[in-house]
Write a protein that binds this ligand. Sequence first.
Ligand SMILES: Nc1ncnc2c1ncn2[C@@H]1O[C@H](COP(=O)(O)OP(=O)(O)O)[C@@H](O)[C@H]1O
Ligand SMILES: [Mg+2]
Length: 311
Amino acid sequence: MSRVVVLKGGRSLERSVSLRSGARVEDALLRLGHIVVPIDVSTDLMPRLRDAGADVAFVAMHGRDGEDGTVQELLEIAGIPYTGSGPAACARATDKVMAKYLMQEAGIPTPPFFAFNETAFRELGAADALPAIAERLEFPIVVKPSSQGSALGIKFARNPADVPAALVAAFSYDSKVLLERHVAGRDLAVSILDGEALPIVEAVPRDDAFYDFEARYEIGRTDFVCPADLPPEVTARTHELALATYELLGCRGFARVDLMLGPDAEPTVLEANPIPGLTDTSLLPQAAEAAGISFDALVARMLELALEPAT
Ligand SMILES: Nc1ncnc2c1ncn2[C@@H]1O[C@H](COP(=O)(O)OP(=O)(O)O)[C@@H](O)[C@H]1O
Ligand SMILES: [Mg+2]
């Protein structure tokens, strides 16, 4: 039995998802016989961590602070072991542009892209480069903020006229954005637990919501299929790329890697999430379930991994 602080909430745009992940984790920890100290992360985090006298922290935060390495850095300073990846892996994974540069260098396929800071447009006239970018990427182009999750700020630009508004939307979330080649294909997610790839989850839009991105993620308009119905060699390749990405970024314990399966049946990596959602509709728990790992067993394993000495 351990005394576990559950860190959740925070100021991120994914606060509400984090509160749901946190609550579900707390229930599991209680069933597992642990003492649970929930903390909705705020400016008093350090004194609350000190007062909690915890053996270990379960980080159930998504997006800014919790997933980008900030909270992990503070936990390192506080000397409290914690679930999931360390500050460096979190920082690399949360920054999609950084992660994609690393993937390109390592030979992991990821859709071609161009990345810009706001200053490139304001001070360097990057807007003049847009026609050349469009020519190389071809429409539709996916425009996304470098560091957000849950599809926030992502727009599909169908033609040149769509690009400025898509950029404005993306810049409202982050000072760095990327323009990425659109992959018309199947949406796959590989969850990884302790260096093992779990069954693949495919997100299947129910109606033709190809461009209507928000609708795809509305409850009831997307079906999740696990394990995804794929030829064995595609499953193997998808697992291989997800694990290579996990290793490349230096993840620990668990993560979820999102990919697209192109029309050529070649998977290509979009991004890695160091702290994927743990709600009752989230993909990592679904993948674990499909592998015969109950939610409680999943939480128990995550906690165990946090307490293992670093290798
Ligand atoms: N280049 C792309 N081609 C096709 N679809 C994409 C592309 N990039 C993102 N998407 C769609 O948007 C979703 C979210 O994108 P992702 O890069 O995983 O960001 P996040 O999940 O952090 O919001 C993907 O699961 C996919 O459905
Ligand atoms: Mg994603």
